[in-house]
Design a protein around this ligand. Sequence first.
Ligand code: ATP
Length: 494
Amino acid sequence: MVDMDTLVSLCKRRGFVFQSSEIYGGLGSSWDYGPLGVELRRNIRNLWWRDVVHLRRDVVGLEAAILMHPRVWQASGHVERFTDPMVDCRACKRRFRADHVDAQPWTHYCPAKKENKFEVPAGEPCKHCGARRTLCPECGKGELTEPRQFNLMLKTFLGPVEDEAAVTYLRPETAQGMFVNFENVLQATRRKLPFGIAQVGRSFRNEITPGNFIFRTREFEQMELEFFVNPQDTVEGQPADEYWHESWIQERFAWYQRYGIRAENIRLREHGKDELAHYAKRCVDVEYQFAIGWSELEGIANRTDYDLRRHAEVSGKTLTYFDEERKVHVVPYVIEPAAGVDRSLLAFLTDAYHAEEVRGEKRVVLRFHPELAPVKIAVLPLLKKRDEIVARAWAIRDELARRWVTVYDDTAAIGRLYRRQDEVGTPYCVTVDVQTVGDPAKGEAGDGRVTVRDRDSMEQIRVPIERLAPVFERLLGGGPWSAVAADYPRQSSA
Ligand code: ATP
């Protein structure tokens, strides 16, 4: 598997991700998405939106404000409970999440042993003296304090006066926007249960130990669905909430694999009873094998009726659904698949990365699913000194760009241009050469054909320019290269 340093460096070099405010020395754990990163993010968001909202009959969208009434966060429990236990190092003053410190192996000088220096495995006490780690994992010298609870919400003040009355928070999740708008959406759309409200947007958490590139940051983007079900219903003999929970777990697990995550790198993890949030009936994480180890990519929780009940209590409004059949008002249960755009991007990037040897040279290729690839087609002139070639290449790029993200590049020799496109995951290259345009000096007419090259197999075919759009429609619509290539003459590969 590719290590994090290699990914970070590729991301910077090729314009996926830059450190925020780099010319000022950078802001810790804050990242900017460059020209390719922005396209990749957009593709992730759009695929999620298409599959979770547009293709379904039972989900609608919402875009709530990031700043919400402060009482939202009292009702949701975030003011009181959205905390992580933190410990401080008394020597170097660094701060850590207590559970993260516990999850690392540590070097222990055991008073109960003669040969006393050894490594204690992650999550365990010393098997000789029973001690848990007490020293700082960074400097190794300072004692760690007892864990204290630290609220993760980023506080801010609204208006010109910075006093307690003006305090509010940057939202730590998008979910509450859906709960407080439940009644509005119900009224506006006349939906019947079950139905979902989906939202994609920024969230903020004052993480104690952000890091690992874009895996954990203080500002990030979430893709969340709140799927409301009638707890009195049964589906296929199961309580409706349990049926829909399982159904969304399977759907979301399949989603990542549909867009290229390999089965061996993704798994489901059931939360233990001690780990469940106080309101949750069941929670399952989709985990990915990141370079830092297996970690959460998405959480899918059965939140019961906790959220709507709490908002009804605190706001004094009725947040129920009228069950026409039973003639009763019910408080819907909520199934919540909550994913992160940034973590998904990191997973898709990690999974796509391949380094291989081709004719004695290293080739780095991002094997993105075509729908995720930031650039779909690159149009390359074989000779940039021939005006007709350049003009034809630009014309092709402009035409294809109306349908697909298409770039033009003439800044190197063709072999290098191909490698550069491989390295950013562009599925197809189109090359315009002398044969395409002909040579008027020699009285030779062009054949009006261009070379289309496939990223993964590196095979090439000759395609008439006017056939490019239908060819890419097939290829980028999911048609296999081998089937499309069979219709056109092959060209020796480059
Ligand atoms: P963790 O245990 O890693 O802190 P969480 O369980 O608190 O995550 P959720 O509240 O379930 O996370 O948020 C849903 C999703 O939002 C996560 O699966 C992740 O993809 C994303 N996410 C949460 N916190 C961050 C963060 N600090 N940086 C980037 N993405 C995040």
